[in-house]
Structures are given as C-alpha cells and as structure tokens.
Design a protein around this ligand. Structure first.
Ligand SMILES: Cc1ncc(COP(=O)(O)O)c(C=O)c1O
Length: 386
C-alpha cells in the first residue's frame, strides 16, 4: 500500500466549502491586499499564540528578514543560529546584511544546544564596552536566532537567560512550529520577535506563500507594519527603506479557516507520532524522535534517525512509502557559505544528524493503517525481508 509523505487533498476535503465561501467573498469585495481578513488573522493569531501582536508578511523568509530590520541589525553584525535548519534561516541573516554564526545542536530534539551556545560566547567571543564581539573576526554579535525545528521548541529558558546575560536579542524561527509549546506557553512568545511561515506544506499552511511575525512589543509591531510597506506610515512618505511584503487577503481568508482547526490537527499529528513510536520501538536500526515532557512537540515533521539511511530511503521509495531528508547538507557546509570559513567537523552533532535523519509521512489525516504500513516496511528493510 503506498503511503504519501504528505497529502494536502485530504485536509482540503474537510474545509472545502468554508474555503470556497471565504475566497468568493474576497473576490466579491475585490480588496486583495491589507484588508479585513489580514487584520482579523493578525488578531486571531495573536490570541492563539498568546502574543500581544502579530504582523502578516509575504513569507517565512521575509518574516525573518523584516524582523532583523525591525531589530536594527546593521551591516556586518553577527547573529548566532543553527546550521541544521532550512536554508532561509541563515539566508535571511545574510540578506539583512548580517553574518550568521552557527552553534551545534543537541542530538535529541535537533535544536540549538544552549550548552554549545554558552560555550561559543565564552570561548570564541569577548564582552567589551560595545557588547559582545567575535574574537577571531571582530564581528559584533547582536542576536540569537533559535529554530524550533520539526515542531519542537528549543530550550527557551536557557536561551533567554544567555541572551539577557550578553545583551543579545532573540528572534525565534518558529516557521515549523505553529502551536507548539514550551512549559505550557506557545513558541513565538519568548523572543523579542518570532517568525512563522504559511508555506502550503506547513502545519498551518496557506494557498501560496505567506508569513507572520509575532511580538510582545507594540513598537516593534508598528515598525514591522511600516517596513512591510516600503518603510512608509503615511502613503508616499518614506522615512526608511522597507520592502513590499504583505500577506494577501486570499491567503489570510484561507488561514483564518485553518487556524480554527489547528489545535485539533496538531493533536492528531501527536497521536500519529505516538503510534509510530510504539511501532518503531520494535525495530533495531532506527531511533524515533522524542522530546522532554516540558516540550510539546507538534510533529510538523516526524524525523527518525536511521542506520544506512540512504539505503532505507531507496527501499521505502521502491515500496511507495514517502520519506524526505530534512536536511542533507547543513548550512555551514553549503557552497554559498564557504566564505564563512567553517570546515567539516566543526559541528559534529549537526553533521551526524544530516547523515542520519529521515522524515516519515506525517499529517493530521494520516491513517493508522498507513502508519503501520510505513513502520512495517521499515521493519522489513532491517530484518532483510526485501
Ligand atoms: C525553519 C524554517 N525557516 C524559514 C522558513 C522559510 O519560510 P518560507 O518558505 O515561508 O519563506 C522555513 C520554511 O520553508 C523553515 O522551515
């Protein structure tokens, strides 16, 4: 039985009529940018997350870029992040004219390791009158960009404490973690700002590109609203140079409907993860994902570690069981970041993860028999029944 890695058509069946009505209304109104749906979605997301405000924008990548601008990152300033993430995290730092610095991950959740973060600041940086400076390059370090990868929160208490000690901002990359919690609080409510993505395959996905920034600061929200419209508060008057980065009304209309289902869908993902864990526990050769109990993983991705990962993937492909490798090449080893000067071996846990991870099918509508089938084929691969 084939098992798709993701099937968005099933989710669409559940909400088809609501979506049709909401999209038709947008067309009836012929108001496509910065209208009622965008404003309502911002309020509803703020309420859902427990954030003071949220600001829609054109993508998760832009949510990071606009946030770095709102935080006043200056050309040549450093931001510490994870190398084990989607490219956009560090791409946006570079495009904001900043310099990414990578620290290693901790092996269970694949997220930035606070111990490594502390070590980096203690050994590779020094605190001076002007703040933290990277000793070797002289780069001033301004912020930390932790990524809640696959739907599991980073250790935010530790990261926030380190940031406070060093006078650094925290911008959360929550693009894979809408609704995920850390010690009972939603991610996106810890740092000064937090970036979300509504890319269609995300656990809260639109019908095209979209993004959002959440914040506890009315001033930062105001600044973001200005930056997303070319730096203008009063039309045709510009006191800074911004971008064209809005969330359009069709996206917002669709997302408002999906947001109402999100807790239920996230719960179903958690249920699917529970069943996978019990099925996979019988198989030697794979390690199921997990998180400590204070982290409420929403399994945006269900990512195992697998011995002979590439051969397993080929086998699953041949059996029609979908799987993906997120991410085969860590950012510090990407050709375009060679100029940063990292070498193989610099981030051993990150490099090990890139060789071992495999994402299995996961979405709210995935059935019990599909999960058992995927697990059965993994079992067949390791028991040699192929
Ligand atoms: C961790 C992470 N950061 C940033 C992004 C960028 O989001 P988008 O694709 O909406 O630009 C994504 C999603 O693709 C992501 O997974």
């Amino acid at each position: 039985m084939p098992v798709p890695v993701l099937d968005l058509k099933r989710q669409y069946q559940e909400i088809k009529n609501e979506v049709a009505a909401a999209v038709a209304e947008v067309f009836e109104n012929q108001h496509f940018i910065l209208g009622k749906n965008g404003a309502e979605l911002e309020k509803e997301c703020a309420e859902f997350l427990g954030a003071a405000e949220t600001v829609g924008c054109a993508s998760g990548t832009d949510a990071i870029l606009l946030s770095l601008k709102a935080l006043d990152l200056q050309p040549g300033e450093g931001v510490i992040t994870s190398s084990f993430t989607f490219f956009a995290t560090a791409g946006a730092i570079h495009n904001a004219k900043g310099v990414p610095f990578f620290v290693d991950i901790e092996p269970v959740t694949f997220n930035m390791d606070p111990v490594k973060l502390k070590e980096f600041l203690a050994t590779e940086c020094e605190k001076g009158l002007k703040g933290v400076v990277h000793k070797k390059t002289g780069t001033p370090i301004k912020g930390i960009l932790p990524v809640h990868l696959y739907g599991a929160s980073c250790e935010m208490d530790e990261i926030m404490a380190i940031a406070k000690d060093h006078g650094l901002f925290v911008l959360e990359d929550s693009c894979q973690a809408f609704g995920s919690k850390y010690k009972g609080k939603r991610v996106g409510t810890f740092g000064e700002l937090s970036a979300f993505s509504f890319f269609p395959t995300k656990n809260l996905g639109g019908a095209g590109d979209g993004g959002l920034v959440s914040t506890g600061s009315a001033d930062l929200a105001k600044r973001l609203r200005k930056i997303r419209v070319h730096g203008s508060e009063k039309r045709y008057y510009h006191d800074e140079i911004g971008y064209n980065s809005r969330l359009d009304e069709i996206q917002a209309a669709v997302l408002r409907i999906k947001l109402r289902h999100l807790d239920k869908w996230n719960e179903k993902r958690r249920g699917a993860a529970g069943l996978y864990a019990s099925e996979l526990s019988k198989i030697e050769g794979v390690v199921a994902p997990s998180a400590p109990s204070h982290i409420e993983h929403i399994y945006h991705q269900y990512v195992i570690r697998a011995e002979r990962r590439d051969a397993l993937k080929d086998y699953l492909d041949s059996k029609g069981v979908g799987s993906m490798i997120y991410y085969p090449v860590p950012l510090h080893q990407q050709v375009c970041f060679e100029f940063l000067g990292y070498r193989k071996g610099d981030l051993p846990e990150t490099e090990k993860a890139a060789d071992e991870v495999l994402a299995l099918p996961i979405f709210a509508e995935l059935t019990e028999s599909e999960i058992k089938e995927a697990a059965r084929e993994i079992g067949n691969f390791y028991s040699g029944k192929k």
